[in-house]
Write a protein that binds this ligand. Structure first.
Ligand code: SAH
Length: 229
Protein backbone atom coordinates (compact mmCIF):
# COMPACT_ATOMS: atom_id res chain seq x y z
CA UNK A 1 0.00 0.00 0.00
CA UNK A 2 1.19 3.49 -0.84
CA UNK A 3 0.34 6.28 1.60
CA UNK A 4 0.92 9.95 0.72
CA UNK A 5 0.71 12.32 3.67
CA UNK A 6 0.26 16.05 3.06
CA UNK A 7 1.46 18.04 6.05
CA UNK A 8 3.10 21.25 7.22
CA UNK A 9 5.43 19.20 9.42
CA UNK A 10 6.92 16.19 7.58
CA UNK A 11 9.64 15.81 10.23
CA UNK A 12 7.02 14.88 12.83
CA UNK A 13 6.58 11.52 11.13
CA UNK A 14 10.20 10.45 11.37
CA UNK A 15 9.89 9.33 15.00
CA UNK A 16 6.69 7.29 14.90
CA UNK A 17 7.49 5.69 11.53
CA UNK A 18 11.12 5.01 12.45
CA UNK A 19 10.45 2.30 15.01
CA UNK A 20 8.81 -1.04 15.63
CA UNK A 21 6.13 -2.54 13.41
CA UNK A 22 5.67 0.44 11.06
CA UNK A 23 9.39 0.74 10.43
CA UNK A 24 9.65 -2.99 9.72
CA UNK A 25 6.69 -2.85 7.34
CA UNK A 26 8.26 0.09 5.50
CA UNK A 27 11.63 -1.69 5.32
CA UNK A 28 9.96 -4.83 3.96
CA UNK A 29 8.06 -2.78 1.35
CA UNK A 30 4.66 -3.77 2.78
CA UNK A 31 3.77 -0.08 3.02
CA UNK A 32 5.36 2.88 1.25
CA UNK A 33 4.92 6.15 3.10
CA UNK A 34 5.69 9.54 1.51
CA UNK A 35 5.32 12.86 3.29
CA UNK A 36 4.79 16.05 1.28
CA UNK A 37 5.50 19.47 2.70
CA UNK A 38 2.53 21.61 1.78
CA UNK A 39 4.70 24.73 1.58
CA UNK A 40 6.37 23.32 -1.55
CA UNK A 41 3.07 23.76 -3.44
CA UNK A 42 2.35 27.31 -2.36
CA UNK A 43 2.54 29.84 -5.20
CA UNK A 44 2.86 32.64 -2.62
CA UNK A 45 6.30 34.23 -2.71
CA UNK A 46 6.72 33.62 1.03
CA UNK A 47 5.34 30.07 0.68
CA UNK A 48 2.39 30.94 2.86
CA UNK A 49 -0.18 28.23 3.30
CA UNK A 50 -2.70 29.99 5.57
CA UNK A 51 -4.91 33.05 5.59
CA UNK A 52 -7.55 34.78 7.72
CA UNK A 53 -11.05 33.31 7.50
CA UNK A 54 -13.81 35.31 5.81
CA UNK A 55 -16.30 36.66 8.29
CA UNK A 56 -14.42 35.36 11.28
CA UNK A 57 -12.12 36.49 13.98
CA UNK A 58 -9.28 34.64 15.63
CA UNK A 59 -7.28 31.85 14.06
CA UNK A 60 -6.08 31.14 10.56
CA UNK A 61 -7.30 28.71 7.94
CA UNK A 62 -5.31 26.61 5.50
CA UNK A 63 -5.61 28.12 2.02
CA UNK A 64 -7.05 25.97 -0.76
CA UNK A 65 -4.39 26.68 -3.42
CA UNK A 66 -1.41 24.66 -2.09
CA UNK A 67 -3.62 21.74 -1.03
CA UNK A 68 -5.35 21.55 -4.42
CA UNK A 69 -2.02 21.78 -6.26
CA UNK A 70 -0.48 18.99 -4.19
CA UNK A 71 -3.45 16.63 -4.51
CA UNK A 72 -3.75 17.36 -8.25
CA UNK A 73 -0.13 16.46 -8.79
CA UNK A 74 -0.39 13.23 -6.82
CA UNK A 75 -3.58 12.27 -8.66
CA UNK A 76 -1.91 12.91 -12.02
CA UNK A 77 0.64 10.24 -11.13
CA UNK A 78 -1.65 7.43 -9.96
CA UNK A 79 -5.19 6.63 -8.90
CA UNK A 80 -6.13 6.94 -5.26
CA UNK A 81 -8.72 4.86 -3.42
CA UNK A 82 -9.39 7.61 -0.89
CA UNK A 83 -8.34 11.15 -0.03
CA UNK A 84 -8.60 11.32 3.76
CA UNK A 85 -8.83 14.45 5.86
CA UNK A 86 -8.15 14.34 9.59
CA UNK A 87 -10.98 16.18 11.31
CA UNK A 88 -12.55 16.21 14.77
CA UNK A 89 -16.00 16.06 13.16
CA UNK A 90 -15.11 13.12 10.88
CA UNK A 91 -16.15 9.50 11.35
CA UNK A 92 -14.66 8.08 14.54
CA UNK A 93 -11.86 5.67 13.71
CA UNK A 94 -12.46 2.13 14.96
CA UNK A 95 -11.11 -1.36 14.40
CA UNK A 96 -13.69 -2.47 11.78
CA UNK A 97 -12.80 0.62 9.70
CA UNK A 98 -9.09 -0.17 9.98
CA UNK A 99 -9.71 -3.81 9.04
CA UNK A 100 -11.47 -2.72 5.84
CA UNK A 101 -8.68 -0.26 5.07
CA UNK A 102 -5.97 -2.87 4.48
CA UNK A 103 -7.31 -3.41 0.97
CA UNK A 104 -6.40 0.06 -0.27
CA UNK A 105 -3.68 0.37 -2.90
CA UNK A 106 -3.03 4.14 -2.72
CA UNK A 107 -4.34 6.66 -0.25
CA UNK A 108 -3.73 10.33 0.52
CA UNK A 109 -4.02 11.73 4.05
CA UNK A 110 -4.34 15.51 4.40
CA UNK A 111 -3.37 16.81 7.84
CA UNK A 112 -5.18 19.96 8.93
CA UNK A 113 -3.68 22.71 11.04
CA UNK A 114 -4.68 26.09 12.50
CA UNK A 115 -8.51 26.29 12.44
CA UNK A 116 -8.63 23.67 9.69
CA UNK A 117 -8.89 23.88 5.89
CA UNK A 118 -11.04 25.94 3.51
CA UNK A 119 -14.38 24.14 3.23
CA UNK A 120 -14.15 23.93 -0.59
CA UNK A 121 -11.24 21.47 -0.24
CA UNK A 122 -13.39 19.27 1.97
CA UNK A 123 -16.24 19.43 -0.54
CA UNK A 124 -14.31 18.85 -3.74
CA UNK A 125 -11.17 16.87 -2.87
CA UNK A 126 -11.77 14.90 0.30
CA UNK A 127 -13.51 11.54 0.00
CA UNK A 128 -13.38 10.50 3.66
CA UNK A 129 -12.95 12.38 6.93
CA UNK A 130 -11.90 10.65 10.12
CA UNK A 131 -11.44 11.63 13.74
CA UNK A 132 -9.44 9.87 16.42
CA UNK A 133 -11.69 11.06 19.23
CA UNK A 134 -14.04 13.73 20.47
CA UNK A 135 -11.39 16.25 21.41
CA UNK A 136 -9.41 18.82 19.45
CA UNK A 137 -5.70 18.45 18.66
CA UNK A 138 -3.34 21.10 17.30
CA UNK A 139 -2.97 19.34 13.98
CA UNK A 140 -3.89 16.24 11.99
CA UNK A 141 -0.39 14.75 12.10
CA UNK A 142 -1.03 12.65 15.20
CA UNK A 143 -4.31 11.41 13.72
CA UNK A 144 -2.55 10.48 10.46
CA UNK A 145 0.06 8.55 12.45
CA UNK A 146 -2.71 6.69 14.26
CA UNK A 147 -4.37 5.72 10.96
CA UNK A 148 -1.10 4.56 9.38
CA UNK A 149 -0.03 2.59 12.46
CA UNK A 150 -3.47 1.03 12.88
CA UNK A 151 -3.63 -0.09 9.24
CA UNK A 152 -0.01 -1.19 8.94
CA UNK A 153 0.04 -3.52 11.93
CA UNK A 154 -2.82 -5.64 10.53
CA UNK A 155 -1.52 -5.99 6.99
CA UNK A 156 -0.39 -9.61 6.65
CA UNK A 157 3.40 -9.79 6.95
CA UNK A 158 3.79 -6.75 9.20
CA UNK A 159 3.58 -8.69 12.43
CA UNK A 160 5.64 -11.85 12.67
CA UNK A 161 2.99 -13.85 14.49
CA UNK A 162 -0.17 -13.29 12.43
CA UNK A 163 -2.37 -14.51 15.24
CA UNK A 164 -1.08 -11.84 17.52
CA UNK A 165 -2.88 -8.98 15.75
CA UNK A 166 -6.05 -11.02 15.43
CA UNK A 167 -6.22 -11.74 19.16
CA UNK A 168 -6.03 -8.07 20.15
CA UNK A 169 -8.92 -6.11 21.56
CA UNK A 170 -11.82 -5.24 19.21
CA UNK A 171 -10.89 -7.82 16.58
CA UNK A 172 -13.75 -10.09 17.62
CA UNK A 173 -15.81 -7.25 19.02
CA UNK A 174 -14.49 -7.93 22.52
CA UNK A 175 -11.75 -6.62 24.81
CA UNK A 176 -8.66 -8.85 25.08
CA UNK A 177 -8.45 -11.07 28.19
CA UNK A 178 -5.84 -10.44 30.92
CA UNK A 179 -2.38 -11.82 30.08
CA UNK A 180 0.50 -13.09 32.19
CA UNK A 181 4.13 -14.08 31.71
CA UNK A 182 6.93 -15.48 33.87
CA UNK A 183 7.56 -15.64 36.77
CA UNK A 184 4.71 -17.78 37.97
CA UNK A 185 4.87 -16.10 41.36
CA UNK A 186 5.72 -12.39 41.42
CA UNK A 187 5.61 -10.45 44.71
CA UNK A 188 3.54 -13.38 45.96
CA UNK A 189 0.94 -12.72 43.23
CA UNK A 190 -0.11 -15.86 41.35
CA UNK A 191 -0.80 -16.49 37.68
CA UNK A 192 -4.34 -17.95 37.26
CA UNK A 193 -4.03 -21.73 37.65
CA UNK A 194 -5.95 -22.49 34.45
CA UNK A 195 -3.25 -20.88 32.28
CA UNK A 196 -0.70 -23.37 33.61
CA UNK A 197 -2.94 -26.40 33.05
CA UNK A 198 -1.86 -27.10 29.47
CA UNK A 199 -5.51 -27.78 28.60
CA UNK A 200 -5.92 -25.68 25.44
CA UNK A 201 -9.70 -26.00 25.23
CA UNK A 202 -10.20 -24.98 28.86
CA UNK A 203 -7.74 -22.10 28.45
CA UNK A 204 -9.59 -20.82 25.37
CA UNK A 205 -12.89 -21.01 27.25
CA UNK A 206 -11.39 -19.10 30.17
CA UNK A 207 -10.00 -16.43 27.87
CA UNK A 208 -13.35 -16.02 26.15
CA UNK A 209 -15.15 -15.70 29.51
CA UNK A 210 -12.62 -13.13 30.68
CA UNK A 211 -13.00 -11.19 27.41
CA UNK A 212 -16.76 -11.11 27.83
CA UNK A 213 -16.50 -10.05 31.47
CA UNK A 214 -14.09 -7.25 30.62
CA UNK A 215 -16.17 -6.07 27.72
CA UNK A 216 -19.30 -5.96 29.93
CA UNK A 217 -17.40 -3.97 32.55
CA UNK A 218 -15.39 -1.63 30.35
CA UNK A 219 -17.05 -1.36 26.94
CA UNK A 220 -20.67 -2.55 27.28
CA UNK A 221 -21.46 -0.61 24.08
CA UNK A 222 -19.52 -3.24 22.09
CA UNK A 223 -21.95 -5.94 23.19
CA UNK A 224 -25.08 -4.11 22.13
CA UNK A 225 -24.83 -4.97 18.44
CA UNK A 226 -23.01 -8.23 18.90
CA UNK A 227 -24.56 -11.70 18.88
CA UNK A 228 -22.65 -13.58 21.56
CA UNK A 229 -21.78 -17.18 20.68
N1 SAH B 1 -11.57 24.36 13.99
C1 SAH B 1 -11.61 22.92 14.02
C2 SAH B 1 -10.46 22.32 14.80
C3 SAH B 1 -9.12 22.62 14.22
S1 SAH B 1 -7.84 21.75 15.01
C4 SAH B 1 -12.93 22.49 14.67
O1 SAH B 1 -13.43 23.19 15.51
O2 SAH B 1 -13.41 21.39 14.34
C5 SAH B 1 -6.62 21.70 13.76
C6 SAH B 1 -6.56 20.44 12.91
O3 SAH B 1 -6.17 19.35 13.71
C7 SAH B 1 -7.86 20.02 12.27
O4 SAH B 1 -8.08 20.69 11.07
C8 SAH B 1 -7.64 18.55 12.05
O5 SAH B 1 -6.93 18.30 10.84
C9 SAH B 1 -6.74 18.17 13.22
N2 SAH B 1 -7.48 17.53 14.32
C10 SAH B 1 -7.80 18.10 15.49
N3 SAH B 1 -8.47 17.25 16.29
C11 SAH B 1 -8.57 16.09 15.61
C12 SAH B 1 -9.17 14.83 15.91
N4 SAH B 1 -9.79 14.60 17.05
N5 SAH B 1 -9.08 13.86 14.99
C13 SAH B 1 -8.47 14.08 13.81
N6 SAH B 1 -7.88 15.25 13.48
C14 SAH B 1 -7.93 16.26 14.36
Amino acid sequence: MRIDIITLFPEMFEGPFGYSIVKRAIDKGIVEVYTHNLRDWSTDKHHRVDDTPYGGKGGMLMSPQPIAACIDELKSQREYDEVFYTSPDGELLDQPTLNKSINYTNIIILCGHYKGVDERIREHYITKEFSIGDYVLSGGELAAMVLVDGITRIIPGSIGDEMSALSDSFQNGLIAPPAYTRPRLFNNWEVPEILLSGNEKKIDEWKHEQSLKRTKERRPNLLKDKKID
